[in-house]
Design a protein around this ligand. Sequence first.
Ligand SMILES: *Cc1c(COP(=O)(O)O)cnc(C)c1O
Length: 404
Amino acid sequence: MVSYPNMTSFSDELNQRLAQAREQNLFRELRRVDSAQGPRVWIGVRELLNFSSNDYLGLATHPALKIAAIEAVEKYGAGAGASRLISGSLNPFHELEAALAKFKKTEAALTFATGYAASTGTIPALMGKDDIIILDKLVHASIVDGARLSGAKLRVFAHNDLADLEEKLQWAAKQMASATDKPIHTLVITESVFSMDGDLAPLAEIVALKEKYGVWLMVDEAHATGVIGKSGRGLADELDLGNRIEIQMGTLGKALGASGGYVCGSRALTDYLINRARSFIFSTAPVPAAAASATAAVRLLETSEGPARRKMLWELISAFNDRLKLSPNSLPSAIIPIILGDESRTLAAAEALRAKGIYIPAIRYPTVARGQARLRVTLTAAHTEADIAALAQELTPIIGNRKS
Ligand SMILES: *Cc1c(COP(=O)(O)O)cnc(C)c1O
């Protein structure tokens, strides 16, 4: 054994910090899965029913996506070699962007290595330290990080609270009106389906407000693309708001079953991002196979298989709601949070469910606020009615004991 005397204090310090996380029931560790992501996963020698994946339509293991990836590897190789601006931009990215722009009915699309990179590249490219960004309280970490990175003044409005948003917009309007040397801009950012609560933003009202105050709007459709709307194009399209939103972004890694992030909007926006988004410019292009799979997914959604898979998904969501009587209304998305509050209780519940063969993640701080810990159930079109029945049976006693 080699020892690293100078490293001891470093590791000690980290172990101390981790011990603190453990004490607060906030320690996280990786659980190795030995199978593909699907409605069932193998962890070692045990098979578990999986309600943790964002692969809402079950496309991650779809033959069309797998074949597209294999063919792309054969034709374009494993890696892209460099940033798209350096070594030339491989055709699969262009095909994907054309397919996405068509699907989202926008002039153009630009793809990134991940949704995280899309947010952290796009927001600072557009906004600077004199500008203002107004965020919903519950937006995803990638948006918070992008907003912080921009150096803009940040304001947070209470979750889905239009009155509070308007208050922040009034404040922003004053700053914009009194800007003397150069104009300042304001960007409002929300999600359409919230990642940890599964509820929808009042998007039509938010669009009306952003127009009233003459500001820009970015909508993250990570959990809506593929799932929400008759055609699965997302909430913006379902409400016919697409051409009134400056920046529509999302991921290719959830319902689209592949990997990557996208921004859809005007050609000016994508040209600008190619020139200014640092996570796009200074990063090796994703593997071409990921783009090819995502393109296959977008195309698949435009065949009859898209509506068929969504129908299956919504039937399962509705069956789950009926069994557990979670909401008097129909549930708005495939994300169903069972909020238990206390971190240790939530961890214990997740562990008890695993012992029964059901895998549901315990979501804790910093993904959600402290004291808001939850089991985050996600359903997919690849589940069956029997899976939902099994899930409901094991969850019923836990839900019965719920505070909220
Ligand atoms: C998952 C997620 C992202 C990030 O997308 P990745 O492709 O996973 O990096 C961005 N926004 C929201 C709301 C998400 O849930």
